[in-house]
Ligand binder design. Structure first.
Ligand code: SF4
Length: 416
């Protein structure tokens, strides 16, 4: 094994020249072989799965992958689709920039590459939404390229097996890991070996060397693994250095009219970008005014706030439901005003079917005032809604605040 001797990240590197041989053997016997995106060399299908699997678990991706393929069977169909259709199918999968880049990438492949994905890692990495690791995965699965991936699972495996110190998200540590990962690639390998190796890296981190409970007893690297030999499985890889995560607050209006609900389209960038959501206001006073503009009673108690927990911030989202309209004139006014302000009235069932996380989880809560509904955004560790409280949103009680911070679970790397 040739490992960068000058790297300060690896003060002592154990010899593990047969890393790839052991990993390929393990993958062929214990790895995953029947996922919907396996057993194909079709770069479109492989690319689609790789984008969906970024930061998202396999079990979550499978139904989305099937729906996308049914609706967009090839890259040309995806490129030609309206952006709204793509966003609607993606809704609930999280990280919506991925969906916009997915659509843009399909258009670039069609317009600039004649509908064929380029084969080199470098050319793939030039496409929208495809980073270095994803490009390597596509190139190795579709074209047998000898290229390494380095996602969160792989970083965890390398950190443990080779005793890599430091937080893998830190640039210096990550650069060292890229060098290490490249040094471990199999030599004189067939296309199938390369695919098995890449899949092995993914499967190994997701199923055996898992974050919480690595199964060291069954591990082919057990006798060499630094973490296992030194009993440091919990310490490696090093955790992200702690920093205070800011809390933002937003307000949304749940305005119903019979069995319809008013929605607005969010700006293309930012949280839940491009999705339909409940109308949002800058503060509670603006929210009350918005309700009044639509002739709604604003004295309905707000629902208890729901906290969305993202990587870089927490979002407290308060929702104020309003009662049904009364009178034909008021209803006409509401319809006209919605049209003039770019909003739509949509059947509640249809809005819920869109699975948008942007406030639409509140539709049930608004109907019953006490439903427990959690955010459907796959990246969000939102705390389930508590029953409605009779107080103003602005001042949750100490007990509510405590409830809102219970039950969070760590975000997954991917492919768990
Ligand atoms: S011995 Fe344990 S910690 Fe080390 S690579 Fe294997 S499963 Fe992971």
């Amino acid at each position: 094994m040739s490992v960068p001797a000058s790297s300060t990240v690896f003060p002592r590197i154990p010899t593990l020249s047969d890393f790839s041989v052991r990993l390929i053997a393990w993958q062929r016997e214990h790895g995953r072989h029947d996922l919907p995106w396996q057993n194909t060399r079709d770069p479109y299908r492989i690319w689609l799965s790789e984008i969906m699997l970024q930061q998202t678990q396999v079990s979550t991706v499978i139904p989305y992958y099937a729906r996308f393929l049914a609706r967009f069977p090839d890259v040309a169909a995806l490129a030609a689709a309206p952006a709204d259709d793509v966003m609607t199918l993606w809704a609930g999968l999280g990280y919506y920039t991925r969906a916009r880049n997915l659509h843009r990438c399909a258009q670039v492949v069609v317009e600039q590459h004649g509908g064929r994905f380029p084969e080199s890692v470098e050319a793939l990495a030039e496409l929208p939404g495809i980073g270095r690791s994803t490009a390597a995965a596509i190139a190795s699965f579709a074209f047998g390229a000898r290229a390494t991936i380095l996602d969160g699972n792989v970083k965890r495996v390398l950190a443990r097996v080779f005793g890599v110190e430091g937080f893998p998200g830190e640039k210096k540590v990550e650069n060292g890991m890229w060098l290490l990962a490249e040094s471990l690639l199999p030599v004189n390998a067939t296309d199938d070996d390369i695919s098995a190796y890449t899949q092995g890296l993914m499967d190994f981190g997701a199923t055996l060397c898992a974050r919480g409970k690595p199964d060291c007893v069954r591990c082919p690297f057990a006798v060499d693994c630094v973490a296992n030999v030194t009993g440091r499985q919990r310490e490696l890889p090093a955790a992200r250095p702690k920093k205070t995560v800011p809390t933002r607050r937003t307000w949304m209006l749940l305005l119903r009219d019979g069995d319809t609900v008013m929605l607005e389209k969010r700006p293309p960038s930012g949280i839940w970008g491009g999705l339909w959501s409940l109308p949002e206001a800058a503060d509670e006073a603006a929210l009350v005014q918005l309700a009044r503009d639509f002739g709604a009673t604003a004295d309905v108690s707000p629902l208890a706030p729901l906290t969305h927990v993202f990587t870089h911030f927490r979002l407290d989202r308060g929702v104020r439901p309003c009662g049904d309209s009364r009178g034909r004139a008021r209803r006409r006014h509401r319809m006209d005003l919605a049209e003039r302000t770019g909003r739509v009235w949509r059947a509640r069932a249809r809005a819920q079917a869109a699975r948008s996380p942007a406030g639409l989880a509140d539709l049930n809560a608004g109907a019953t005032a006490a439903d427990a509904a959690a955010c459907s955004d796959a990246r969000c560790r939102s705390v389930p809604r508590r029953p409605a409280v009779p107080s103003a949103f602005a001042a949750p009680s100490a007990r509510q605040a405590a409830l809102r911070t219970d039950g969070s679970t760590p975000m997954s790397d991917r492919r768990a």
